[in-house]
Write a protein that binds this ligand. Structure first.
Ligand code: DC
Length: 223
């Protein structure tokens, strides 16, 4: 029997991380945060002194990632351990996201992470969050969602998140970073960010998380 997969792709700040977590919890399914694997590879490379120009070194870092995901209380982010060390906070920084986006343009790095991502497909089902879940990693998924929102709204969401966490940031600088990251993720030749042909596109601009979750739940019934 094939394990059902729901893919949720889209740009950073579209709410896909939150929606993926809520959906996986409601369905009682496994969750794949593929962005975390790119972030972890970048972090591991930095810690091992591997340059982002060293393709072979990056591939080795991706293949040898010693990572564990530990469940936490509902609503809390999953705890991520790299070589036994809690790196949950380090992974969520803007600079780590930016580093991840830089190494993610390298096709051999993407290839090195492919099987590790597919290994998350286990019974009773998987909700997979990323950029290329529906196009490359799980092309046969029965339900594919592409979640988007305007760059302005995504910058505002991120601004509120960081402010709540006590981090002072400039909203114009955030908007600039978001635009630059979109540009890199969408225009790379390796698995560019774009909706799969059979994906349902949901624009979350102006919608609450609950409104988006309702739409996603209605689609999830088809998995
Ligand atoms: O979703 P995120 O912000 O954690 O992802 C960080 C970067 O990793 C993103 O800018 C591009 C890259 N990424 C990718 O190329 N493919 C994925 N499936 C997930 C993330």
């Amino acid at each position: 029997m094939t394990v059902p997969v729901i893919t949720i792709d889209g740009p950073g700040g579209s709410g896909k991380g939150t929606i993926t977590q809520m959906l996986a919890r409601r369905l009682g399914w496994h969750l794949l945060d593929s962005g975390a694997l790119y972030r972890l590879t970048a972090l591991a490379a930095k810690r091992q002194g591997i340059s982002f120009n060293d393709e072979e070194g990056l591939v080795a870092a991706a293949l040898n990632l010693d990572v564990a995901f530990e469940p936490t209380a509902p609503g809390e982010p999953v705890r991520v351990l790299l070589a036994g060390e809690d790196v949950t906070g380090d992974l969520r920084t803007e600079s780590c996201g930016d580093d991840a986006s830089k190494i993610a343009v390298i096709q051999p790095v993407r290839d090195a992470l492919l099987q590790r991502q597919r290994d998350f497909q286990k019974m009773p089902g998987l909700v997979a969050d990323g950029r290329d879940m529906g196009t490359v990693v799980f092309p046969d998924a029965p339900v594919k969602i592409f979640l988007t929102a305007s760059a302005q709204e995504r910058a505002e969401r991120r601004y509120r998140q960081l402010k709540d966490a006590g981090v002072g940031v400039n909203i114009d600088a955030l908007l600039e970073e978001i635009r630059a990251r979109d540009e890199r993720d969408m225009n790379r030749s390796a698995a560019p960010l774009k909706p799969a042909e059979d994906a349902q596109v949901i624009d979350s601009t102006g919608l609450s998380i609950e409104e988006v979750l309702d739409q996603v739940m209605a689609l999830a019934g088809q998995a």
